[in-house]
Structures are given as structure tokens and as C-alpha cells.
Design a protein around this ligand. Sequence first.
Ligand code: DAH
Length: 335
Amino acid sequence: MRDIKDLREEILISLKNASSNEYEALKIKYLGRKGVITSILRGLKGVPKEERKIIGMEANKLKKEIEEFFKQHKVERAKSSSGKFRDYTLPGRKNLPGAVHPVSRALDEIINIFMRLGFSIEYGPEIESDYYNFEALNIPKHHPSRDMQDTFYIAESDKLLRTHTSPVQIRTMERQKPPIRVIAPGRCYRKDEIDPSHSPVFHQVEGLYVDENVTFADLKGILSAFAGDFFGPDTKTRFTPSFFPFTEPSSEMYVSCVFCGGKGCNVCQYTGWLEVLGCGLVNPKVFEYVGYDTEKYSGFAFGLGVERFAMLKYGIDDMRLLYENNIEFLKGVIK
Ligand code: DAH
């Protein structure tokens, strides 16, 4: 009897000090076929009848107590950290494969096309100064795009969130001498209400090509090649006069409607043409800001909205869809 009492003490202490990964071994040590308690119960045969009864009762009590401990312990382990039972019979969760977002897809494609045409990529800061975003681009002090209503200014500083990627033109020309062939993709910000064709955060790709003897024919050649690559080889382009302070002359490029092929539909408002980007020959005033010789160098520039290109290519008629993260839309939009 004394031995059983001592044994109980010993077992309880060892269980208390054991870590849960040692429990299995202890269970075998005490309750296994050759375990300590099993041996005692087996050895009872040789004990006189009276004693056998008492020792047997005590040994069985200890056995139950230890079994109970392990039962409890198993229950504990089956609990998750939130205290709920885990149901190991539940089927596993499916891994949904990811997909590239339509804006990223369009952007990747635009970048690839211009890389093949010999352009390299430049990046600029999204937090810009008035100088790079407006002044060095020849945008006058009173220009409406500088308005507080249109631009996010950063309080008590001359900093703002860039309203276009054009400031990267200036930063690139300050760093490099011609020849220059770069595109600058990135996020832009304007104080626009969210609607089917506007978002306060959007993406542009800027382009800049500077060398000796660059003409409007180079602009038309490069941008028409790009349009054909992006929208398909049957795409026609058209250039109409426009105005931007940083280009002279300025133009807007139209492509033959990607939906009706130019016959006329409600997307192109029955004109057969879609306006897709602004462009022009770099205004010599911009070259003066970066110290380029305006007699020697000429160049062209362009700026396009990535969302618009994505929407035209993938047949999306509402820009909000691009930002709502609706999984069904994202799964189904691109075949
Ligand atoms: N920066 C213009 C905008 O945000 C787009 C643009 C037009 C860029 C003509 C150019 C350009 O480089 O030549 O609306």
C-alpha cells in the first residue's frame, strides 16, 4: 500500500512536470502492456487474498485517475486556440488561384510593347513639388488644373500628389542627356468624384522621346505601332489638334473603335473613333527648364490613362468595377 501511495505521488509529479509532447511516452510507461500499473495489477495473483483486494482497489483507482488525466489531456489538445473543437473531418479549403488585375495586365502589356520599341522605364515620386508637377511643364500659375478643387495639396508645404506622370519627363531630362526614350508608369491623383469614368487615384503611362531631328512623323509612327500592338493589327489611328502647355503642337490620338471596328456604336457614340491619349512635340519652353539646347534637340511626349486602356481592351464599361475587388468580376472579366 505504501508503495502505491508513493507511486501515485511520483506519477502525479512527473505528469505535472512533463510537456505535452512527452505525454504519449508517459502513458505507455504507466498504462502500457508492460507499464508500471499494469504490472502491479498483474502481480496481484501472488498476493494473499485479503491484501489483494485492498491493493487491487487502490491500484485500479490510480489507474482510473491516470487514464482520466490522459483523457482530459487529449480533449485539451483537440481544442483550437479559440477554445472551440476542431472538426478534423471537414473537407479542406480550396486554394483559389490568383489572377493578375486588369489594370496590371494592361500596364504590363503597355510596358512590354514600349520596351520592344526601345524605350526604358523611369519612375518618379507620387508626392511631387509644384515645380515638377506644374511649373517646369510650362503650366501657368492660373491654370485650372492647379486649382484646389482639382489637386490634392499637402498642407503647409509646396508638395502635392502628382496629378499626372508628366513630372517624370522633367526629372529624367535633368538626369540624362539626349537621346532619351523612356516611359514612366505610375499612380496619379486628382480630386475627382468616383463615377464610371473617374477615380481620385488612377494610373498613367508617360512617354518621352528626345533626340536630334525628331518630328511629328516619329510620334505618329511610334504611337500607331503601339496602338496596333495593343488593340490589334487592324487598328487605325487619327491625330487631331489639341492643347497642352508642355507640348507644341499638341494632339490627341484616336483609335478606330475597338468594339465596332469603326462602323459606329454606342461606345464610340457612332463616330467610329475613340480618343485614347494626349501627345505632342515637346514645347521648347520645357527644354529651357532642363537646360537642353532647343536648337539642337526636339522630341515628342505622350500621356495615357491605363484604366481607359484596360477598359477598352477587356470590354469593361464602368471604372468602379476595377476597384471594388468583386471576385466574380475579377474571375470573369478576362477570358
Ligand atoms: N499630362 C496629361 C494629362 O494628365 C497627359 C499628356 C498629354 C501627357 C500630352 C503628355 C502629352 O506627355 O504630351 O492629362
